[in-house]
Ligand binder design. Sequence first.
Ligand SMILES: Cc1cc2nc3c(=O)[nH]c(=O)nc-3n(C[C@H](O)[C@H](O)[C@H](O)COP(=O)(O)OP(=O)(O)OC[C@H]3O[C@@H](n4cnc5c(N)ncnc54)[C@H](O)[C@@H]3O)c2cc1C
Length: 387
Amino acid sequence: MLRRADQSHADIRDAVRDLCTHFPDSYWRETDKQRVYPEEFVKALTAAGWLAALIPEEYGGSGLGVTEASIILEEIQRAGGNGGACHAQMYTMGTLLRHGSAAQKEHYLPKIATGELRLQAFGVTEPGSGTDTTSLKTMAVRKGDRYIINGQKVFTSRVQHSDMMLLLARTTPRDQVAKKSQGLSVFLVDLRDVYDRGFSVTPIDTLMNHETNQVFFDDLEIPADSLIGEAGKGFRYILDGMNAERILIAAECIGDGYWFTERATDYACERVIFDRPIGQNQGVQFPISRAYCNVRAADLMRYEAARLFDAGEACGEEANMAKMLAADASWEAANACVQTHGGYGFAREFDIERKFRETRLYQVAPVSTNLILSYIAEHVLGMPRSY
Ligand SMILES: Cc1cc2nc3c(=O)[nH]c(=O)nc-3n(C[C@H](O)[C@H](O)[C@H](O)COP(=O)(O)OP(=O)(O)OC[C@H]3O[C@@H](n4cnc5c(N)ncnc54)[C@H](O)[C@@H]3O)c2cc1C
């Protein structure tokens, strides 16, 4: 297992790049085409300890910071891969780490660190509430030493490749709390024995190869000690984890952005039309240059957000801006890359269209661009709350 003291950023980049050479474009093209989970890649990443980056050493992880974790995910994307298959294994445990009991942490974190347990499913979004999280309807009702869960989640990713799921459910009905953010609770649901006890999953076929699902709870009983922290405070606990998630997703977008600009540049230099490289035309150069500038700018904001996070300082503004700037920059770079490749940008064997589909997600999930803009408007600039 890698230790914080041994790892420079350059070491981390080199090691992740080296691992990714075993999973070339053809691997990702094929898993995308077959719509299968990239199990071999996830196993290799787990075995090398990279998914345990944020778990403290006392629980068997590497005790690295968000800066280092972000570099790991950036390098995966930059190598042409898709960390979305497993990135949540890195950060979903943060809620357990920050708010779980000593017994819960000792029991689960070492197993999550080795990969014996996968905690990479996160059930928040519901069909009826969407972005309006506190309107969610899934209920968990306490009965003796159990909670009984009823409701539905949507877009619950990786649930078929998870042993545990972090679930946000209402424990006090909305009309019985003063503020709608109260009365929500977080549970760590053991998925290994629930499938014949009121838990079912229906996969959602999506634009890209991303295992995501509808999840149904029908009188599912779970032990009362599955509750994390205090009942009723779950919304706060989930918010606490969002800055890390935003910074890590920003890093993935940045990795994508570099991948697109590198591919576009290489192709612009190689492709000869009208007896000269297409990259000799400023009409081809400028969109790539502009996208590169925006990726670099987003990269700086990512590092600033990660620096603040790792120093234990407030970073909501920077984490949100990093996520939005990086998602915009990767999407701009994706468009420039497709355009540079002309018709070949649409051919599967060039991998551009696959990465184009993959990077589009980050305008919407895990938080949509509009919601970031409204956060900045309200919490940073001081304008009236819009929703
Ligand atoms: C592939 C994929 C994987 C996902 N994985 C997970 C997961 O693992 N766990 C999980 O819980 N969720 C997951 N999500 C859900 C994701 O977080 C939501 O899709 C996202 O938060 C938006 O919610 P919604 O789809 O219901 O859109 P809606 O809330 O219906 O919003 C639709 C559009 O309206 C805009 N909008 C809504 N309200 C406002 C407003 N007040 N002002 C301005 N614009 C507004 C939004 O920005 C959005 O563009 C995933 C989604 C996808 C597509």
